[in-house]
Design a protein around this ligand. Structure first.
Ligand SMILES: O=c1ccn([C@H]2C[C@H](O)[C@@H](COP(=O)(O)OP(=O)(O)OP(=O)(O)O)O2)c(=O)[nH]1
Ligand SMILES: [Mg+2]
Length: 162
């Protein structure tokens, strides 16, 4: 049951508005207003035919659709794309064909991505000389190990498999 109004203008009156496929879904599907052919590895910034006034304190994020990603390698290059509250231009989707072999033909009206609206904080950045300590410290980028699989038998059995 939606409880937040997001004002929208339709720049392409013949296409349906962004819509949630099921009640309670996080993402509302966005459609391309144009036909696009993406060669393997190719990207394109495609228009969606809508402009939004996202309320202050919220952001609209442009996410890929998992079915198109799994079946065709279609993704959003800058995923998730950020539509700021102050942005009044047309929402666009930076599509990329990550399939190494197959070109992808998209037609006007196809649901190519999904829009997730969520709350967001704007913070005050406060410069200090020394940060408070933490258990993790500066460990990152794999500091806790890899996949955590049982070590396979063989020459590297003594090392943790990554
Ligand atoms: O997938 C996206 C990403 C961005 N935008 C629009 C809305 C967003 O508010 C604006 C700027 O996006 P972003 O801040 O990610 O791009 P930038 O390269 O930093 O541009 P700018 O200098 O305009 O902020 O572009 C979209 O329509 N779709
Ligand atoms: Mg920016």
């Amino acid at each position: 049951m939606p409880d937040l109004d997001v004002l929208l203008t339709r720049l392409d009156p013949d296409l349906p508005l962004p819509a949630y496929a099921h009640p309670g879904d996080a993402g509302a599907d966005l459609r391309t207003t144009v036909d696009v052919r993406l060669a393997p590895g190719e990207r394109a910034l495609v228009p969606t035919g809508v402009a939004l006034a996202v309320p202050q304190g919220y952001v609209a994020l442009v996410h890929p659709r998992s079915g198109l990603a799994a079946r065709h390698g279609l993704s959003v290059l800058n995923t998730p794309g950020t539509v700021d509250a102050g942005y009044r231009g047309e929402v666009k989707v930076l599509l990329v064909n990550l399939d190494p072999r197959e070109p992808l033909e998209l037609r006007r009206g196809d649901r190519v991505a999904q829009l997730v609206v969520q709350r967001v904080e704007q913070v005050r950045f406060v410069e200090v000389d020394t940060l408070p300590g933490s258990e993790r410290g500066d460990g990152g980028y794999g500091s806790t190990g890899g996949f955590g699989r049982a070590a396979a038998p063989g020459p590297s059995a003594t090392e943790e498999s990554s």
